[in-house]
Design a protein around this ligand. Structure first.
Ligand code: SAH
Length: 463
């Protein structure tokens, strides 16, 4: 690119043109579209140019150009159709600081004038760096035909309406609105009712689109964290604030549900492990139905929705109906629990991996790679592991796990009634049964609370 296209601010600035014949007139026809102050300097001036002067479109200095004539000019055109005279006036204008164009002399010009498709304020400039003027004209003709002549009027009125469109969500909804206006409702309004019809058409279109944007419905699949409302993410909090309908798990605490709007519909879709429950397909249907009714649905799940949350089934149901959705992560029980025993999920030199496993799945007790888990230094966070505790303990011992491996059970993580029970694999049962766990509990296999770990280390050292 030897020429860089820009749009120069010329409103109220001087543009000076030397010459009074055909070449001058051709340029003046373009320049008169601008809001610049035009000065024409020439000994012989065509009648049309005089007419334009009489109409107040430009000013004529009826003599050959002299030094001083181009002072403060933004642009200067040499259009005398005489090489010697053009070179002379170009030198003057150049010295006086104007950008200079010599008509039909690309090499000595500092700028060139493109072919222009004018739908002010929409302006399309086409340039070929002088290589193919025919091509430029063909492209111009094509665009002239393709772009509605009302486009400029529409753009001007549209500009005054931009703020009103802020009620639509950013992105696709707004883009759709503007393309429906420029290529549908706008040209139609002009054809039927002229320029005065445009603003009412914009208002009607916006009302319609706001209605459809509202009626589209949306689902946020939100992680509620382990229970403490302060462990909600800001995103989760905002989604709950906006929800029309909240469909929540059994484990979501009342303090978090409190945050929903008073008018919000709150639905308990609680599922009890092994107990009576709402079928997953019923939950999917419930989410979809409320979203199709045009509601902002928050599907609120304990912890992180991506961890043992049956998220994918719900997402698939939502996608089938083309409903927009987003997933908002949360703090999973393992993260909150490990913080509360002062440990890390992974630790250099102890465990370079951690497994999140479930005690049972839809078929019953879940099977795992027990041999791998039984190896020294393994750490696992066991979700839904209360009823399956004896099964897990038996499998691990059977596969050679050290009976002294620490096991920590944390019940009601992050809640006022949190309990931490530190034991070993050998004692895991009956300890868990005796503890009479009534709240949700997570079991760490291979992790002791930090204090207990320090204690055990000291005992070993002094033995
Ligand atoms: N998506 C959730 C897990 C759902 S499975 C998350 O990321 O945490 C349900 C299991 O999560 C429970 O059986 C329990 O093992 C664990 N859990 C969830 N909340 C808990 C809490 N506050 N305290 C202890 N365990 C919890």
């Amino acid at each position: 690119m030897k020429h860089f296209p820009i749009f120069l601010a010329v409103e109220g600035r001087r543009i000076v043109l030397s010459g009074g014949g055909d070449a001058a007139m051709a340029k003046l026809r373009l320049l008169m579209k601008t809001e610049a102050h035009l000065t024409v300097i020439a000994e012989d001036v065509a009648d049309d140019i005089r007419k334009w002067e009489a109409q107040g479109k430009l000013r004529i200095i009826n003599r050959a150009m002299e030094p001083g004539d181009a002072i403060c000019a933004a642009l200067f055109y040499a259009a005398n159709e005489d090489d010697v005279e053009d070179a002379r006036v170009a030198t003057i204008a150049h010295a006086e600081g104007a950008l200079v164009n010599i008509v039909d002399n690309l090499g000595d010009s500092q700028f060139i004038t493109p072919a222009i498709v004018d739908r002010d304020p929409v302006t399309i400039a086409i340039g070929t760096e002088g290589a193919a003027p025919v091509l430029a004209r063909a492209i111009k003709a094509d665009l002239e035909e393709r772009l509605p002549s009302s486009l400029g009027v529409l753009a001007r009125i549209g500009k005054t309406f931009r703020h009103a469109v802020d009620v639509l969500p950013m992105g696709k909804k707004r883009r759709d609105f503007w393309s429906a206006f420029y290529f549908g409702a706008g040209p139609k309004a002009i054809a039927e009712r002229g320029e005065t019809g445009v603003l009412p058409a914009l208002e009607t279109l916006l009302d319609d689109q706001v209605m459809t944007a509202r009626s589209a419905g949306h689902v946020d699949l939100v992680g509620a964290g382990p229970g403490d409302p302060e462990l909600l993410t800001l995103k989760a909090r905002n989604a709950i604030d906006k929800a029309d309908v909240v469909i929540h798990d059994r484990l979501v605490t009342p303090e978090i549900l409190e945050l929903a709007r008073r008018e919000a519909i709150i639905i308990d879709a609680g599922k009890e492990g092994f107990g009576k429950s709402m079928a997953q397909s019923d939950i999917d249907a419930l989410i979809v139905q409320h979203a199709l009714d045009g509601h902002h649905v928050v599907r609120l799940k304990a912890g992180d929705p991506t961890v043992f949350g049956r998220l994918d089934e719900e997402v698939e149901a939502i996608e089938v109906h083309n409903i927009s959705y987003s997933i908002i992560p949360g703090i999973t029980a393992a993260s909150a629990a490990v913080a509360n025993i002062g440990q890390s999920l992974t630790k250099r030199g102890r465990n370079s991996a951690v497994r999140l496993i479930t005690g049972h799945d839809t078929k019953g007790y879940a099977d795992h790679d027990w041999r791998a888990l039984a190896a020294p230094g393994e750490v696992a966070a066991i979700y839904m592991g209360k009823k399956s505790a004896r099964f897990i303990q038996g499998r691990l011992l059977m596969h050679g796990a050290d009976p002294a491996t620490p096991v920590t059970i944390i019940e009601n993580v992050s809640r006022a009634n949190q309990r931490i029970i530190a034991t070993t694999l050998a004692e895991m049962e009956p300890t868990m049964t005796q503890a009479n766990l009534t709240g949700p509990a997570i079991t760490f296999y291979g992790l002791a609370p930090r204090d207990a770990a320090a204690q055990a280390y000291k005992l070993k050292e002094f033995a």
